[in-house]
Structures are given as C-alpha cells and as structure tokens.
Design a binder for this molecule. Structure first.
Ligand SMILES: Cc1ncc(COP(=O)(O)O)c(C=O)c1O
Length: 383
C-alpha cells in the first residue's frame, strides 16, 4: 500500500467558526476571567448530566484535588481506584497523603472490575474512584450498591465520559460526585478545563470557595456594579477557576456534543468492522450492560508484537498513536511509596504492555480509518 504523505495525528480538536466567534466576543466584552460564560457552561452541564450543581475548573486534575480536599480525605485514608487510569488521580491521592488501593480491571473493557471492589475495602477506606474508561461506563449500579453498604463516597472519574450513559443515566447523574475533563483530546474541549458535578449544596459551597483562594464570592460578583470587593478567608484555597475565554469554547463545544459523539461512534464502528479478523489484534470490548459509549478512545491490544516495534511501524506509515495508560502501579514513585499486591492486578498486567490507542477524533475521515486498518493488516502480516 502507498504510505500517506501527511501525518495522521492521534487526536485533533474540532474547532469551528462558532467557537472562534464566541471567544472573540468574550475577548471584546471587557470580562475574560471567570464570569457569566462560566456560569452558562455550568448550567448547560447540569442539563446534560442531570446533576443539580456543576463547578467549572481549569482541569479535571484540579477537580480531583479540590474534591479530595473538600471531603477531608487525607493522611492514611484509603481510596480505591484502578491502576489502569491516568496518573493524575493517583498523584492527587498521594499529594493528599492518602493511600491508593488498586483494584483489577476487566481485561476486555479495561474498566474497573466492580466484583473485586468489596474485598479491597478496609476500615480506612473513604472513597471509590471508578473510571469510565475510554467513554464506556463502569458498572455504576454495582459500585453504588457497594458504596452505600460500606458508607463510602463515589467519585466518578468522568474525564472520558462527556456523552457516556449507563442504563440511560449520564455520567454524573447518579447523585454523587463526578469529574469531567476538557483537555484538547477529550470529547469536548476548552483547551484545558474540567467540571465537577454533584448534588450536595454544602459541598458545592466548599468546593467553590476552595476553587478560588478560599474566598466566598466569585470575582465577577465582587467587582460588579454595587459589589463589595472586601473578603474574608476561613480556609486557604487554590486557584483552579476556569476563565471565560475558555468557557466560551466549552459552551459552543457542548452544543456540538451530539455531532461529535455520533461521528466518534461511526468511526469506532468502522474500526471494529475493519480490524476484525486481523490475527494478533484485539479490539476493545464494550460492557454487557445497557450503555451509550462516548468513544473517547479506541484502544486495541497487539498480542504478538512488541509495542515499541509496533509504534515504530505505525510511525513509518505516518500514523499517530497514544498510550492509555502506563499502569499507575508500575510508576517509580508508586512502587517506592506503596506496597502494591501485583498478584491482585493480573488483568491490568496482562493488558498493560499490549494496549495502544489508535487515531480517533470527529474530523477524521472514514478513509483515514481504512488507511489505519490496512496499515495494521500489512504490519501484522509482515511481523
Ligand atoms: C482518566 C483520566 N482522569 C483524569 C484526567 C485528568 O484530566 P485533566 O487533564 O483535565 O486534568 C485524565 C486526562 O487525560 C484522564 O484521562
């Protein structure tokens, strides 16, 4: 086959004239940091998720840090999460002085295996953080049941889950806390950004204060006509607010969510069809329960080739790729700091060195998917 001349990236944000116009309007408005556009973005996010509160932030990582802080999860508390996740979650657990407890995944979906959670619970466990991996929901009914029984908080890592539904309920719609990401490769983007959704008014107040130095009122309220610029701080906070320039992007991107995810789903289904039967390649499995997949990522497993070699070959075909994720329990600081029972993470370990994410983004062409599949076929044949 002929090698394409242009590089096919692993991901590229889809930004149109509407987003650009909205940002320009914001830039000309005289107010560019957190304000009315942020509020509009938050309100729209509540409508999507059915959560009653939404708090916009400058990243999902910030959202995790704020949430763990506001809940008082810290020194020696245990937090259950998969190791097959982005390191940011475990970094935040570690920075709070808490201890991550890793639960194995289902090999096919790469989602946390909810049946294994209960045996990892101890008297120190405070929270469960499932990840809706690649946009496929974790088994929320089972997880919520376990959390209720043991009086634990559930924090959904919904970084991949804008547009993910579990049995008709959007991620974040289960009555507890969820955290979404708007990093440029995500299903909608604000450049960088995140959102916490929840239903608890007290916790919301605390999160909003901690989001902005510990100050109770947002700057746009203090500096508006008749506002009082004075403030008090009862507890020191962070600087994690989302500026309106970025919220402007988010408002328009959210309006385009259906368009984006329909396209992602179409491309993912073409991958599933065209990769079928290539020896040595395993395609992602979808959960058995009723769900809508947001297809944030398309993660395959190469059973026969060394991953570095496979990546080099893809690069020769001018194809980009991603790695989601290096298993967190194998990171140096995690190995040094925590005693992880490797034997309990068999499926994570089985998947960890085989996985690779293929290009998937809404502006990708069907011909691009075909090209990637043909290239993989050729690479595997010659391996
Ligand atoms: C599973 C998961 N959790 C959390 C994050 C953190 O998101 P952010 O980059 O917005 O901080 C990411 C980002 O890639 C992620 O994939």
């Amino acid at each position: 086959m002929n090698i394409r001349k242009d590089f096919l990236p692993f991901s590229r944000p889809s930004i149109g004239e509407a987003e650009i116009n909205k940002v320009v309007t914001c830039l000309k408005s005289g107010w560019i940091t957190t304000g009315a556009l942020c509020k509009e973005f938050e309100d729209k996010f509540c409508q999507l998720t059915t959560a009653s509160k939404a708090i916009a932030l400058n990243s999902a990582t910030a959202g995790m840090h704020l949430t763990l802080s506001a809940l008082g999860i810290g020194e020696d508390d245990e937090v259950i999460t998969p190791s097959m996740t982005f390191a940011s979650t475990v970094n935040m657990i570690a920075l709070r002085g808490a201890v991550p407890v890793f639960v194995d995944i289902d090999y096919g979906t790469l989602n946390i295996n909810a049946d294994l959670i209960e045996k990892s619970i101890t008297s120190k466990t405070k929270a469960i953080i499932p990840v809706h991996f690649a946009g496929a929901p974790a088994d929320m009914e089972k997880i919520n049941r376990i959390a209720q029984k043991h009086n634990l908080i559930v924090i959904e890592d919904a970084a991949h889950a804008v547009g993910t539904y579990y049995k008709g309920i959007h991620a974040g719609g289960f009555g507890h806390i969820a955290i979404f990401s708007f990093h440029p490769i995500k299903n909608i983007t604000t450049g960088e950004g995140g959102m916490i959704t929840l239903n608890d008014a007290e916790l919301e107040k605390k999160l909003r204060m901690l989001r902005f130095h510990g100050i109770e009122r947002d700057a746009w309220k203090r500096y508006g006509k008749g506002g009082n610029p004075s403030y008090d701080i009862a507890q020191p906070g962070y600087k994690y607010n989302l500026p309106d320039i970025l919220a402007a992007l988010g408002v328009v991107q959210l309006e385009r969510l259906q368009e984006f995810n329909t396209r992602r789903s179409r491309l993912a289904n073409l991958y599933l069809e065209w990769l079928k039967g290539i020896e040595g390649i395993e395609v992602p499995q979808s959960p058995g329960y009723d769900h809508t997949h947001a297809w944030h990522l398309f993660v395959i497993k190469n059973l026969t080739m060394d991953r570095d070699g496979f990546m080099n070959q893809l690069a020769e075909y001018n194809i980009g790729y991603g790695l989601h994720f290096p298993a967190v329990h194998n990171l140096s600081y995690v190995k040094k700091k925590y005693s992880v029972d490797n034997g309990s993470l068999k499926e994570t370990n089985r998947a960890a060195d085989k996985i690779l994410s293929l290009p998937l983004f809404p502006d990708m062409l069907e011909g691009d998917v075909q090209y990637v599949c043909s290239a993989i076929k050729e690479i595997m044949k010659n391996a």
